[in-house]
Design a protein around this ligand. Sequence first.
Ligand code: NAD
Ligand code: MG
Length: 304
Amino acid sequence: MATPTQETPNQAVKKNPVNEYPSPPFSRQPQEPPGLASEMNPRPDHGETSYQGTGRLVGRKALVTGGDSGIGRAAAIAFAREGADVAINYLPVEEPDAREVVDLIQKAGRKAVAIPGDIRDENFCNQLVANAVRELGGLDILVNNAGRQQAVDSILDLTTEQLDSTFKTNLYAMFWITKAAVPHMQPGASIINTSSVQAYEPSPNLLDYSQTKAAIVAFTKSLAKQLAEKGIRVNAVAPGPYWTALQVSGGQPQDKIEKFGSETPLKRPGQPAELAPIYVLLASQESSYATGQVYGAAGGSGNP
Ligand code: NAD
Ligand code: MG
């Protein structure tokens, strides 16, 4: 197998996707939500050592919610290496993961802004956007990626508190943050929302979560039509199973963690690094005709 050189960047090296990354079985590894990527075994690959930028986002200013870990971290690292300054939001308990991301953004030579806080609060969402705009000097890319997923087998055990928390994190916050961000965005700006395969193939134990992910698809398509005349594009990404803290901290029961990803044709979960190029594409000018679209990334299963 060819090794990466300056002429052949890592992304250009041909590999078999079946065995490029870890496959199940995985060990049980419960964590309290939201969980830390740095305590997972194996540690997820967010592109820390592999993502190589080619100047696709030079000078852009990005805000990524849930940017401390998982899919948001992979997007944050890739954006920085493509030349963007990046603000990340996360919960205060995730500071250890967030510090690693701040360090990686700075090592890419870009400005990193860390804004911890709970997005279930409308006032905080407004402050988050105001701080990001002030620190970055504007806003070109918004990634609404933070999410809450707690599996519950029966509707009879699904509490109003959980329903409320999931809807606030996954839907209300997206509405509040986007509403605050749009007045700062110029033509050429891009909003990217993280939906899920759960919008299309909802699992029985994710009754609350799957509804929010379906609503994110409708939000994306509706807002895309609204903002087209402003030259702001709005798209969503619908991942299948990815190896992240969200899954091991109650997103799946632990017996499902042991075989996580085995049901996909590639027989393994995706790694956050494998999603980063989609977020970069949707953020960049290259996808100028893409708006109101949902990009599936589910390892051979799921819709769209
Ligand atoms: P993750 O745990 O690494 O990221 C989720 C982040 O959401 C956390 O890091 C946390 O910072 C943030 N968050 C949660 N509640 C919050 C709150 N109240 N206030 C502020 N931030 C909060 O896991 P991930 O899998 O990378 O999740 C990112 C997105 O991807 C989520 O929207 C998730 O629903 C979606 N998704 C994940 C998968 C998967 O298999 N991992 C599949 C489809 C969709
Ligand atoms: Mg996290």
